[in-house]
Design a protein around this ligand. Structure first.
Ligand SMILES: Nc1ncnc2c1ncn2[C@@H]1O[C@H](COP(=O)(O)OP(=O)(O)OP(=O)(O)O)[C@@H](O)[C@H]1O
Length: 523
């Protein structure tokens, strides 16, 4: 081996950004030298093949060992090549045999075959046949940490000077290895960020509307008190409550108060995913896995790696997929659609439902084991009608927010109006209250708050005098009843003489589109 050869390999190394490619270049560069029979690199990594490892009995600690990561060289007797990463030496326990000792101590070794101390050679027959003279192993050390071992079997006796050249070369290799790892990490993070951005973009609008949780009544306080203790853990949380009570707000608060707050919170609305796309949405797919899969795509589990996955409307997940979901919750592993590789993730689950999931499980519509897994820590958010004491604060909050958004002065709300709001039973919960106030602010046009038309029918505040108009909802109902009556008078016939369109004096196409809008089915 010559200094120039090592230098030119070093130069080439600096350009490479992939760890695998880098290691391959190094050993191939070494093996290209006339006297080198075999060049190999092992890297320290967590123990993985312990069940089948031939050195298991000698292994002091299965947590970490040396993994053969690159190999190059060839026989001088045959055209056999030694680039495979399998075989007896694919793992070395740290501290065991020469390679393991270099990995454990960080001290290099130089051994000669001729000197009679060739006991270290495991394959003596191989060494004799291939004319091996020397073996040199150098640790790959970066910032004081041993990353692995670089070894060379030489057909020419290696002297001290070559050994020290190899030392310097190993140092270059270790730096290049750290750089390549850093590049790969950056690329991985960039990929993940892009993925998160894709998923998050659709939710930016939603996210902007999530301020603090408003309301300090006893019922809500009891809910809020549960957030902090559970946020600190990795336990799955199941948030139960009717639509619009603020379940998503609670889910976000759990994430924000958890140690995962710097990592992504990814939301999946399980009700909006078509049945056949569930698996791919959750776990991702590889290109060509199904029609339309034009490129590899990571799923939401991967996007949420290290963070929290919020499974909204979890009761909508099809039964077939529930088993796979259970597995990723239990083992943290899954496969992309169309791929065999098993991937690992670390994801905390917060799920929400407005269904009686326990009842669904009892009826066989939801897997019971999954239900128990999800509901380790249930949080029940009461409907707004059971905490009407929160209405005044919530109403103020929404008035201010909507006015700011519409850039109008905040209209003043009278005590009577607040009471009117508290008399309503809010089937749509906080979301409905928010919508009512938004309508009221728009109707107020910068003047006094106009709740009368904004509230759903039959709930106008008692301001004296009867209203001489219909609300939108009343109007629609009247129209619906009217169209139904006409249809029935026409015996279900829409078009032509005696049809409903003619009876109503409407163009048939106009009638058809109104029927569609109002959801009226024609027999
Ligand atoms: N306590 C609260 N303080 C402030 N805003 C609230 C509160 N509760 C709910 N909201 C608002 O009400 C709307 C509905 O809340 P959210 O989407 O969290 O309900 P949900 O229970 O998840 O509904 P769904 O089951 O329909 O998904 C949101 O705009 C949210 O900001």
């Amino acid at each position: 081996m010559y200094a120039e050869a090592l230098q030119s390999i070093s130069l080439a190394m600096a350009q490479v950004r992939s760890v695998d490619l880098l290691l391959a270049r190094i050993v191939q560069g070494l093996a290209a030298q006339p006297d080198v029979a075999l060049g190999r690199i092992w890297l320290i990594a967590p123990g993985d093949l312990c069940g089948t490892c031939p050195m298991r009995a000698e292994c002091p600690d299965t947590s970490r060992c040396l993994h053969l990561a690159a190999s190059a060289g060839g026989s001088r007797k045959s055209d056999e090549e030694w680039s495979g990463l399998e075989g007896a030496f694919r793992r070395f326990p740290l501290g065991v045999r020469k390679v393991g000792q270099v990995g454990a101590t960080g001290e290099a070794v130089l051994l000669q075959c001729a000197s009679g101390d060739a006991d270290w050679l495991v394959r003596r027959e191989w060494a004799r046949r291939e004319g091996i003279q020397s073996f040199a192993a150098q640790p790959l050390v970066f910032r004081g940490e041993v990353l692995g071992v670089l070894a060379v079997f030489s057909r020419r006796k290696l002297g001290r000077s070559e050994f020290s050249w190899l030392r310097a070369f190993a140092d270059h290799a270790a730096v290049a290895l750290s750089n390549a790892r850093a590049f790969e990490e950056v690329a991985r993070l960039r990929g993940q960020l892009e993925l998160e951005r894709d998923y998050l973009r659709e939710e930016v609008k939603d996210a902007l509307s999530f301020g603090e949780i408003v309301g300090r009544g006893g019922a809500l306080r009891r809910v809020l008190q549960q957030i902090q203790p559970v946020a600190a853990t990795t336990a799955s949380v199941l948030i139960l409550g009717e639509s619009g009570v603020g379940k998503e707000l609670i889910a976000r608060a759990i994430h924000e108060q958890s140690p995962r707050r710097e990592r992504p919170l990814i939301r999946v609305n399980c009700a909006s995913i078509p049945r056949e796309l569930f698996e791919s949405e959750f776990f991702g797919h590889v290109r060509g896995a199904f029609t339309g899969a034009h490129r590899d795509r990571a799923g939401r589990f991967q996007a949420a790696d290290g963070g929290t996955l919020f499974l909204d409307e979890v009761g909508e997940i099809p039964l077939e997929l529930q088993g796979k979901l259970l597995r990723v919750l239990q083992e943290g592993s899954f496969e992309r659609v169309g791929e065999d590789v098993t991937r690992k993730v670390d994801v905390r689950i917060v799920a929400a439902t407005n269904r009686d999931l326990k009842g669904e499980a009892a009826a066989g519509r939801f897997r019971e084991d999954l239900y128990y897994r999800l509901s380790v820590f249930p949080i029940e958010v009461p409907p707004l009608r059971q905490r009407l004491e929160d209405v005044p604060l919530l109403a103020e909050h929404f008035l201010e927010r909507v006015s700011a958004r519409l850039k109008v002065p905040v209209p003043r709300m009278s005590q009577a109006q607040v009471q009117a709001l508290q008399r309503y039973d809010w089937p749509g919960n906080v979301r409905e209250l928010e919508n009512v106030l938004e309508r009221a602010v728009i109707l107020s046009r910068g003047g006094r708050l106009r709740l009368d038309q904004a509230l759903p029918e039959g709930r106008q505040p008692m301001t004296g005098g009867t209203a001489s108009f219909l609300t939108e909802r009343e109007w629609r109902r009247r129209e619906k009843d009217n169209l139904k009556a006409a249809l029935s008078a026409a015996g279900g016939k829409v078009y032509g003489p005696g049809g409903a369109a003619e009876l109503l004096g409407l163009a048939p196409t106009t009638l058809a589109s109104r029927l569609k809008v109002l959801g009226i089915k024609v027999r």
